[in-house]
Design a protein around this ligand. Sequence first.
Ligand code: HPA
Length: 296
Amino acid sequence: MAEPEKRGLSWSKDPMVIEVAQHIKAATPAGTPSPRWGIVLGSGLGDAVPALEGAVRIDMRDIPHMRPPRVPGQTGDIAIGLMDGTPCLVQRGRRHLYEGCGMDAVTFPVRVLAELGVSHLILTNAAGALNPVYETGDLMVIRDHINLMGADPLTGVEAEDGSPAFLDLSDAYDEQLAEMAMGIAEVEAIRAAEGVYVAVAGPSYETGAELRYMRVIGGDAVGMSTVPEVLAARLLGIRVLGISCITNTWDLRKPHPASHERILEAAGKAAPALGSLLLRVIGQAETVRQMKEKET
Ligand code: HPA
């Protein structure tokens, strides 16, 4: 049997990744600092953050190899600029496994972010509640995940010594950033909880039996994204904050029909709270970083 294709180091130092990073740099006005933070805005959340200062906006359709999302509610562009003085890259929309594009396409933008020097990544998504106390519009700071996608984006990826890219996930979600987010939510009276995100491949929503199973195994919310990007980011040494926006609740005894349109509507309503939380988390984390830099 033929050896499956090994993706090795080329997975992160892929010529396509380097080409796209160079394309983005070339499209950015001279003097714009390289982004330190990456923010991925999921379904219906594209308007969560205010326009970046001095921002350049690039349509993903104009970036080679960067195929835009084909999902309604996802704009498919990136903006690079300053958020309250911090260099950020905001990506509106993402590829999903359910589009049939494969894991490499799903993780591609994260590898580009790493190549651009991003050290912190905020991943947001729309998710359905499994936890019965959650309400539509709540935010969930992801503290852990359960991958039920049936696939791992690191399959076939090799570490530098040629061994499989075994990845420690005990700190997949950055504790300091998650605690900051929860603290800020409390002060700002934003409804937020910490929870476990269950990732499914989609695009079918869950059956009643599947929802009950996901709750029993420890899930608080379910969605069709984020986990592949978390795994890619962690392999590349990027710190991750994950936030779900609860767009629909499930009655686990008697599930009702779900619809993408209603999910988008709910996400749009919750977007301002998410945006103000993100802004403050970045501000606080940057203040801590600057204080630490001064100490050394
Ligand atoms: N299930 C799966 N994905 C989702 C849901 C859901 O209920 N809501 C938003 N994305």
